[in-house]
Design a protein around this ligand. Structure first.
Ligand SMILES: C[S@@+](CC[C@H](N)C(=O)[O-])C[C@H]1O[C@@H](n2cnc3c(N)ncnc32)[C@H](O)[C@@H]1O
Length: 289
């Protein structure tokens, strides 16, 4: 029997699993492996870096190998760690919910520019998923109240957990419904990040998105804008006077999304671009007059 000291060490485990993940992750393999080893062994980052010779209990090593095997099979990193950071907040994530994307921060930047901190506001978030957009906004706008709408029961459960974990349950209601179907009243701000991948392009997505993230969060119909058109159809009746809707779009969908907004009667709609100067968001002011 080898003694424990001769068994798996922290450094050895990181090297072994990095080698396993390099073919799929390239340069990101070592940093992701370190996080997975931390998760499986309970070692913090300092211990991992300063004590590579520390031994690892067989059960913990096995847990790390299982996580690495799941990652090698394409499972999103955020599903393995169970969380993803968005606007500096930790959002629980896992199978059944879209992982928050950094590019969606354009929506929050635009929402914050529209909504002064001191202004009480009613905010509607369509397709709330993990709740990242609505909860990040409520976190930064303490006088705002929000309603999140989501069709997937699995996703809604993550949003409910996140709203509690972030201490925002008293300002955030959630309902299971389809887009605007069950919604009454008017809102100062409507956020929506609907699925916008054209159905025919889903097979060409990276495997970790295509095979693991929910199709309901990805598939935007023939040209990717079918959900947007449905939302635009009912939007005028849900926007308060002076209100604004921000609807996320794909980076090449600006012209088509603008045409859809104009066809729905929103003459003043505009396309906002992200930090990479790509189409990212349709800004739709409430019609005047
Ligand atoms: C692209 S994801 C966005 C999730 C989250 N808002 C975010 O930004 O990470 C689209 C979300 O819309 C939801 N969804 C799809 N069809 C819907 C519908 N008809 N009504 C309400 N939500 C829907 C999906 O389940 C998914 O959570």
């Amino acid at each position: 029997m080898p003694s424990l000291a001769e068994g798996t060490t922290l450094g050895g485990l990181v090297d072994e699993l990095t080698a396993r993940l390099v073919p799929s992750l390239g340069g990101a393999a070592r940093s992701e492996t370190r996080r997975l080893v931390q998760l499986a062994t309970g070692a913090d980052r300092t211990r991992l870096l300063l004590h590579p010779d520390a031994s690892v209990a067989p059960g913990a090593a096995e847990r790390a190998r299982t996580l690495a095997a799941r990652r090698a099979a394409g499972e999103p990193f955020a599903y393995l760690t169970g969380e993803r950071e968005f606007r500096g907040l930790a959002f629980a994530t896992g199978p059944g919910v879209l992982v928050p994307r950094p590019e969606s921060e354009t929506m929050i930047d635009a929402a914050l520019a529209y909504l002064p901190p001191e202004r009480p506001a009613r905010v509607l978030d369509l397709g709330t998923g993990s709740g990242c957009l609505l909860l990040a906004l409520l976190h930064e706008r303490p006088r705002a109240f929000g309603l999140g709408v989501e069709r997937s029961a699995d996703a809604l459960a993550y949003a409910a957990g996140n709203r509690h974990a972030l201490g925002l349950a008293d300002r955030c209601a959630l309902i299971r419904a389809s887009w605007l179907d069950a919604i009454g009243g008017r809102f100062d701000l409507v956020l929506a990040n609907p699925p916008y991948i054209p159905a025919g392009e889903i097979d060409a997505l990276l495997a970790d998105v295509r095979d693991f993230e929910p199709r309901l969060a990805l598939d935007g119909g023939a040209d990717g804008l079918a959900p947007h058109r449905l939302i635009l159809e009912g939007l005028a009746e849900r926007l308060a006077p002076g209100g604004l809707a921000l609807v996320e779009i794909g980076h090449e969908q600006g012209a088509a999304a603008l045409a859809a907004a104009r066809a729905a009667g929103f003459a003043d709609a505009q396309v906002l671009r992200d930090l990479g100067d790509r189409d990212r968001c349709l800004a739709v002011p409430a019609p005047t007059g």
